[in-house]
Design a protein around this ligand. Structure first.
Ligand SMILES: [Zn+2]
Length: 616
């Protein structure tokens, strides 16, 4: 998700929806027109043609209907969809029914209201997406690595499913789906479903997701994909240029699954496959169930960025299995996942490495907290109808993680692990709100261990801005050593970097004094080839510093970096830094205009707000 700060007016019209997943408990989701308390849609059948020429998905979405009263209307979310007609399945035949598209809301899109009478079991919507659909990116053959075939992919979280499927687009809903996809022969289409490992490329694919998931986890991609297995239940889908490198990079994935199962119970999704997206993929990864979508920028050739895979895998428990009921509860997905990710890293690679990653995350959090309005540093954030993309930050991730680290330290690891494992069992395949979590925590942890942590303290963590005074402050011995070395180096000494990983390099570069001399910049670059680093994270940190220092020898690399990578976390801080001086801003705008056609719509939105703030 994107990092961007923008304050829209607060909305008043929050819709009350019933969470089907939680036995009639009420959840509030201001980001959906769905009325789950009236009608819910527990199963979807998709039949879609992937039309690369017109950059459109065209076809039908068919839903099973479950009425929770005498409602005769279905309310769906859409954005920029063209609705051709709507039909009902009545007396074993399809018959057309009336529908209405509401006014366009900048954040929510358009409400689609369909008359469903009192007996129809199914509704079918014939529709087409817009070439500018916010949840899809269409790449021309020239924008792919292979240069011969086009590529398309979805990014539905948080509220972009509605731009390619008319749907009750709230994470409170859970549904299963089947899909029939039609595309050009020779291309492979995949989804967050039971993808086949067959090498047949007929252009016709049948897919199924039998476990109930939330709408934002429906995902699609198509391109010139190959597939290679890492183990019996883990495979990589990718363009041929990178598939062998990715299989090597992620060889530890099966061991990660085993380690996570030992801590938090069974992996419940059958296969766990990984899809390498083109460099324009706007995020590091997206935890689409059974098939995580991953940026190629973590295929670094040294296996040091595999915590991203640990993160997406962890979502198979926290997020996909137990899901936030609304986007105000995002920390329930991301805080738990960041915590589980770090536990996986510790189990596989030891405490030292896990500690470094936690400390790096903590630094990122402190940086974000400085730029965020205090109310946006609250875990159970007040969003109104602001777009969740607009307030995306490290808060739900790292503050949420620190909250769980705090509980672990207070109750002891053994007790807290048992609590978490039971939590994943008790809420498996359900969507829960912050309120439900608090009630569960009070009953199953606080009450069983009296006087360890008070409910007031829990409320401070969840509802107050900033960090509690007694919050963990993660530090790393390894980083303390890096800082010592840096002091010696600044006085002319040599660095001992032979056993440094990406983490140590990041900490080193990020800790360099901003008044570092240009002689020292050149000295570093000459000895360690930082401008030329093929590790996307190290290059990012160095290029960011090079902007601050106006270090000219890195300019060409910076341009090339911005032109070839579209992962927003890596490009956005660079544009933000460039926007600080008028000369750099002018240069950045030129580069941006050249890079824009290759950027995802989300990356475009976020960075245009940085480079063209007056247009907002
Ligand atoms: Zn995540």
């Amino acid at each position: 998700m994107a990092i961007k700060q923008q304050f829209l007016q607060w909305a008043t019209a929050a819709t009350l929806v019933a969470s089907t997943a939680t036995q009639g408990a009420w959840a509030e989701d201001a980001h959906s027109y769905a009325k789950l308390d009236e009608v819910s849609t527990p199963h979807l059948e998709l039949d879609l043609t992937i039309d690369f020429d017109n950059k459109q998905l065209v076809g039908t979405a068919t839903y099973d209907l479950v009425r929770h009263g005498d409602a005769d209307t279905l309310h769906l979310d859409t954005r920029d969809l063209t609705i051709e007609k709507t039909e009902l399945w009545v007396d074993n035949a399809w018959q057309e029914t009336a529908y209405q598209l509401g006014d366009t809301h900048e954040t929510l899109g358009q409400e689609l209201t369909i008359s469903i009478g009192d007996s129809a079991e199914k509704v079918r919507i014939h529709y087409a997406t817009a070439p500018t659909a916010s949840g899809l990116q269409w790449l021309t053959p020239e924008q792919t690595a292979g240069k011969e075939h086009p590529f398309m992919f979805s990014q539905s979280q948080p509220i972009h499913s509605r731009s390619w499927i008319p749907i009750q687009d709230t994470p409170a809903l859970r549904l299963t789906y089947n899909a029939t996809l039609h595309t050009e022969p020779g291309l492979l289409a995949v989804m967050s479903a039971n993808n086949s490992l067959s090498d047949e490329r007929s252009g016709e694919y049948q897919l199924s997701m039998p476990q109930p998931i939330s709408p934002y986890l429906i995902a699609i991609a198509a391109g010139d994909l190959e597939v290679k297995s890492i183990s019996d239940n883990v495979a990589v889908f990718a363009e041929s240029y990178i598939i062998d490198d990715a299989v090597w990079e992620w060889a530890d994935t099966p061991a990660m699954i085993t380690a996570t199962e030992a801590m938090y119970g069974p992996y419940r999704w059958d296969r766990y496959d990984l899809l390498v997206l083109p460099p324009s993929f706007p995020y590091g990864g997206m935890e689409n169930p059974r098939l995580s979508f991953i940026t190629p920028t973590v295929v670094s050739g040294d296996r040091t960025l595999i915590n991203l895979i640990a993160h997406e895998l962890a979502h198979s428990w926290s997020g996909n299995l137990v899901t936030n009921a609304s986007w105000r509860d995002l920390w329930i997905n991301e805080g738990f996942t960041s915590y589980v990710e770090n536990r996986i890293m510790e189990a596989l690679f030891g405490e030292r490495r896990a500690r470094m990653e936690l400390a790096l995350g903590y630094q990122d959090l402190l940086e974000d907290m400085q730029r965020l309005a205090p109310q946006d540093t609250v875990l159970n954030i007040e969003l109104g109808t602001r777009h969740p993309d607009d307030v995306f930050s490290n808060v739900p991730y790292v503050k949420g993680q620190l909250f769980l680290v705090y509980l672990e330290e207070k109750f002891g690891r053994e007790t807290f692990d048992a609590f978490l494992r039971q939590y994943f069992d008790d809420f498996a395949f359900q969507s829960i709100s912050t309120k439900q979590f608090k009630e569960y925590l009070a009953r199953n942890l606080l009450a069983k261990h009296a006087n360890v942590v008070s409910m007031d303290k829990i409320n401070e963590w969840i509802h107050q801005p900033g960090l509690p005074a007694d919050a963990p402050k993660p530090e790393s011995d390894a980083f303390a050593q890096v800082e010592k070395q840096m002091q010696r180096w600044l006085k002319g000494g040599q660095l001992q970097t032979a056993d440094w990983t990406t983490h140590e390099w990041l900490h080193f570069i990020n800790s360099l004094p901003l008044d570092i001399s240009s002689v020292n910049m050149e000295r570093l670059d000459k000895e360690y080839g930082l401008t030329a680093s093929q590790n996307a994270e190290i290059a990012h940190a160095w290029l960011r510093l090079s902007i601050v220092k106006n270090y000219e020898p890195a300019r060409d690399r910076l341009r090339n970096y911005l032109l070839t990578i579209g992962r927003n976390k890596l490009v956005s801080p660079l544009y933000r830094e460039l926007a600080r001086t008028s000369d750099n801003l002018k240069w950045a705008r030129e580069v941006y205009q050249q890079a824009k056609p290759g950027y995802h719509p989300l990356t475009q939105t976020v960075n245009e707000a940085l480079l063209y703030p007056d247009n907002d």
